[in-house]
Design a protein around this ligand. Structure first.
Ligand code: ZN
Length: 160
């Protein structure tokens, strides 16, 4: 069976950046299962895996536009200390959640300043070219329920 719209694809992957640093990998644990054609994974990778069969191995390079997007400078700004929840520890790398027009947005504290802190609302991988080393473990048809929900259920998928 081939990876196509409505198929469940299970794969092992290792993700590295331009410098060759490993950012994420499934190799230490269970492979990742996703529902092809439903935007469960980034567009560039989904496109590259179209038609792949079990056993297929490939190296896929994904530009930011097909990955987590370009970095948006408007999402980086300084917030004063009194804009944070009073009980929050303001430290580098801490995450702050705010209610946005399209649901919650998460910001990461990227710099401590005299007034408060600089926040970055970009995805941590925004603006980065991503390098995937992928091996397809299996391809199967999705169940009716999975198709309805738009994601994979079961062992390596969604639990609810
Ligand atoms: Zn579901």
């Amino acid at each position: 069976m081939k990876a196509a719209h409505g198929m469940v694809v299970t794969m092992h992957y290792t993700l590295t950046n331009d410098s060759g640093d490993v950012l994420d990998s499934s190799r230490e644990g269970d492979p990742l299962a996703y529902l092809h054609g439903h935007g469960n994974i980034i567009p560039g990778l989904e496109k590259a895996l179209e038609g792949a069969i079990a056993g297929h191995k490939s190296k896929v390079t994904v530009a930011p536009a097909e990955g987590y997007g370009e970095k948006n400078d408007e999402l980086v700004f300084e917030a004063a200390r009194d804009q944070f929840p009073p009980d929050m520890t303001i430290a580098l790398g801490e995450r702050v959640y705010a209610e946005g027009p399209q649901g919650p947005i998460s910001f990461t504290i990227v710099e401590l300043t005299d007034k408060g802190a600089k926040l970055d609302g970009n995805h941590p991988l925004a603006g980065q070219t991503l390098h995937f080393d992928v091996e397809i473990v299996s391809v199967r048809e999705a169940t009716a329920e999975e198709t309805k929900h738009g994601h994979v259920h079961g062992e390596h998928g969604h639990h609810h």
